[in-house]
Ligand binder design. Structure first.
Ligand SMILES: [Zn+2]
Length: 279
């Protein structure tokens, strides 16, 4: 199995929103912000090559939204999906599977692009796209908060292509990749668990968006159901300690991976390390 990071660029979000009820005096020691309280977040996707499968997890924000909308996200950095694919000598056509953890725009926007005639087309034309049924239902009938982060153009072209498949429960995509469902951040978020050599790597998406969000009380104000988010995280962290999982962060610009450790004050993040160091 080969693992490749696909960096798709950075955006900024308010630190208070990212860290919820945690006071700024605590979170700013662990994650920097600028004078406007904005934290810089990345959109770090992961490509898995194994056997005849090329599996991409999440797709970043993409580039088809209006300039006005994109300007609100304060996009920055030199990374793009295109550059990241070129760097590993892989074409979009080779991707066989796209796991969409959920349909918030910073996770799925890159799955659909505009062609030269301004038609919306699939970025990965040969891929089966995997989504949770519960997330699809939530997208079609969003709660008052999530309505503003869902966009039809990010997913309807995938549905219309016949290349969208839904999962209703925890599902093995292949023997080495499990798609596990969580409901606190949003209903039916897929968290992929990847068996790599003798290790388990967890793509934590918005279950644990950045490394300082490991402790169970550090839940984001973006979580639709914070009590469920905390309960799910408690269970997950227990398992992560026992099984020595490696957490891989989608949004943490400064930290790619860590283990979690048990302390007298609960389970916390261990030392940060690069994915490269285990490959
Ligand atoms: Zn999200």
């Amino acid at each position: 199995m080969e693992l490749h990071i696909i960096n798709t660029g950075n955006f900024m979000a308010d630190g208070g929103a990212i860290f919820g009820v945690v006071p700024k005096v605590m979170w700013e020691k662990k994650y920097p912000c600028d004078e406007n309280n904005y934290c810089n977040l990345t959109m770090r996707c992961l490509l898995i090559k194994t056997g005849d499968r090329v599996i991409l997890i999440d797709t970043g924000i993409g580039d088809k939204q209006s300039e006005k909308f994109l300007s609100y996200q304060h996009l920055n950095g030199d990374d793009s999906m295109e550059k990241s694919f070129a760097a590993i000598g892989t074409s979009y056509d080779e991707v066989t599977d796209v796991i969409l953890t959920h349909l918030h725009f910073d996770h799925c926007g890159g799955a659909v692009k505009r062609d030269a005639e301004d038609n919306l087309v699939l970025t990965f034309p040969n891929a089966t796209h995997w989504l949770a049924q519960a997330q699809w239902d939530n997208f079609n009938k969003p709660n008052i908060r999530e309505g503003s982060v869902y966009f039809k153009e990010n997913i309807l072209p995938v549905l219309e292509s016949g290349q969208l498949k839904f999962i209703k429960e925890d599902t093995q995509l292949i023997p080495e990749v499990e798609m596990r469902l969580f409901n606190g951040h949003t209903k039916g978020q897929i968290i992929p668990l990847i068996q790599y050599k003798d290790k388990t790597l967890v793509y934590t998406a918005d279950l644990i968006p950045v490394m300082p969000s490991v402790p169970e009380a550090w839940v984001s104000a973006y979580d639709a159901d914070p009590i469920t988010a905390m309960t799910e995280k408690r269970e997950f962290l227990k398992e992560a300690v026992e099984k020595e999982y490696i957490l891989f962060f989608e949004h943490d610009l400064y930290n790619e991976c860590c283990h979690v450790i048990k302390t007298d004050k609960g389970i916390k993040e261990g030392e940060s390390f690069k994915l490269d160091s285990i490959l």
